[in-house]
Design a binder for this molecule. Structure first.
Ligand code: AHR
Length: 519
């Protein structure tokens, strides 16, 4: 595989030799009174599945654990996640959701039946983390719960009763909840009607799933002022016909449809290791990651046909990097380390989601702890914060802010495309901007491994006097934070941004992510 920087008309750099150079790029903010779209905080959503050590060991150690905890939840992880202002947490799966029977996860722990987690390594699940433990966690984090209901192997009655158990004030399910220690109903907004119903969630065809969705919608009711936001199980990556069928048949009945897009070579085949990759493989990752823009655009265009007023949202409720499991870890537990390459994928993906605020109203990176592109990794009583975690922390000011559209002119590169003979082309600079409470936030990414870039940001008609910043970068793109070692990657103060009138000049090092705050 070979990477070729290409001589396009947009190419602003003079030097493309192997030696390091400083490129130039221009980012123009196109703010206008009509730019009113909000970056929904839910775009920064998380996902926690009963998979590997995401729940057990990652979030939950139980109240009797020697690991410092609050009612069973790890204190170190809780503290770290609070700084991310997690807006929504999806649970219990993933594929696990369609084999999960919620009644097994309530009541005295010693009476809870065990089950085999067939999707994920055949691990025995003791159901000690169930509905109450999940909703209490959401309360501790101050986030919305997002339940993925079992459609694949459950019944309409089972899911209908789960909703009743959680949200009803009175009645037999409410009585059971009270008996289990929770008097007041919880609020439940986000209800996923199945997960990957075309695959692990039941291997269904789209028209059949659409009919099922209608049945579930009837019986999953709104109790006592609770209002469900019903999410149809959507397509994976390039399956546009699934979206088309669902929009045609049930577009008027659902609040949202999901989409899963992983930055990986194939869902089932070899993917390469998180810590071991060549520059060509790195650039392949960048190209694949950025292809999500085209994928979202095409799903959104289909939705526009059936829902021109954009009532139905597109939720990318699983995304992120997916590498081969780290050698020496349990097969089926999807444990992977997280490098500066993963941080790049996080920043680039978030920048893309900000471009589709009129359709993309939630996304959930997979997953929150110890699985795929995690925020935190735990081992016994130790925890590390991943480079991806730091991107999410640097991007907090974008949550709930008004997006400012931007145009970018920078060097382009291209990388191999396993799906076609033509290469994937991408710009080396990516940018996003937003404004909230009088503060402007600009995030910039330079994916080039060799060359720095002087980025001129034309701010337009705005009156800014002061700029501060943070940078995330690494000596090597494969650097990562490891247990018991000095942290290699974390944000540092960045002072190489100069404000002159309405022009900001930013000197970006190679492979860096910068967030600037302008007041
Ligand atoms: O995140 C891992 C798995 O990927 C999820 O369980 C499933 O929905 C998807 O295939």
């Amino acid at each position: 595989m070979k990477l070729f920087p290409i001589a396009a008309t947009m190419l602003l750099s003079a030097g493309l030799s192997a030696s390091a150079a400083t490129d130039k790029a221009v980012v123009t903010l196109n703010d206008s009174p009509f730019a009113t779209d909000t970056i929904m905080p839910e775009i920064y959503g998380q996902f926690a599945e009963h998979l590997g050590t995401c729940i057990y060991g990652g979030l939950w150690v139980g109240p009797d654990s020697p690991i410092p905890n609050t009612d069973g939840y790890r204190n170190d992880v809780l503290d770290a996640l609070r700084d991310l202002k997690v807006p929504v947490l999806r649970w219990p799966g993933g594929c696990f959701a369609d084999e999960y029977h919620w009644m097994d996860g309530i009541g005295p722990k010693e009476n809870r039946p065990r089950m085999v987690n067939n999707n994920w390594g055949g691990t025995v699940e003791d159901n000690s983390f169930g509905t109450h433990e999940f909703f209490n966690l959401c309360e501790l984090l101050g986030c919305e719960p997002y339940l993925s209901g079992n459609v694949g192997s459950g019944t309409v009655e089972e899911l209908a009763r789960w909703v009743e158990y959680i949200t009803a004030k009175d009645g037999p399910m409410a009585a059971l909840r009270k008996q289990n220690g929770r008097q007041e109903p919880w609020k439940l907004k986000y209800l996923g009607v199945g997960n990957e119903s075309w695959g692990c969630g039941g291997d269904m065809l789209a028209p059949y799933y659409a009919d099922l969705f209608r049945r579930y919608s009837v019986y999953c009711r709104n109790f006592d002022g609770n209002r469900l936001y019903r999410i149809a199980s959507g397509a994976s990556d390039y399956d546009y016909s699934w979206t088309e069928t669902l929009m045609k048949k049930i577009g008027h009945r659902m609040n949202a449809i999901s989409l899963h897009y992983y930055t990986c070579r194939s869902w089932t085949g070899p993917k390469g290791y998180a810590l071991d990759f060549t520059p060509d493989q790195y650039y392949w990752t960048i190209g694949k990651c950025l292809e999500i823009e085209d994928v979202v655009k095409r799903h959104a265009a289909i939705m526009d046909v059936y829902d021109p007023d954009r009532h139905v949202a597109l939720l990318v409720d699983e995304w992120g990097t997916w590498w081969d499991e780290e050698p020496g870890t349990v097969k089926g537990h999807l444990y992977q380390q997280n490098t500066m390459r993963d941080a790049m994928v996080a920043a680039l993906s978030l920048n893309v989601f900000h471009k589709f605020t009129n359709r993309v109203r939630m996304t959930n990176i997979a997953q929150i702890a110890n699985v795929l592109q995690s925020m935190v990794l735990t081992r016994g009583d130790q925890m590390v914060l991943t480079p991806t975690y730091y991107v999410f922390r640097m991007y907090v000011p974008h949550q709930g802010a008004r997006v400012i559209p931007c145009h970018i002119s920078s060097k382009t590169m291209e990388a191999d495309n396993e799906r076609s003979a033509s290469k994937r082309k991408f710009q080396t600079i990516s940018a996003t901007a937003s404004e909230k409470d009088g503060m402007m936030t600009i995030s910039l990414t330079n994916v080039d491994l060799e060359n720095g870039c002087e980025v001129t940001v034309e701010l337009g008609n705005t009156d800014r006097k002061h700029v501060t910043g943070q940078i995330l970068t690494a000596k090597n793109i494969s650097d990562y934070n490891d247990f018991g070692k000095t942290e290699m990657i974390s944000p540092r103060a960045f002072s190489n941004a100069r404000l002159s009138g309405n022009t900001l000049t930013v000197k970006m090092p190679a492979k860096s992510i910068i967030t600037l705050t302008l007041k």
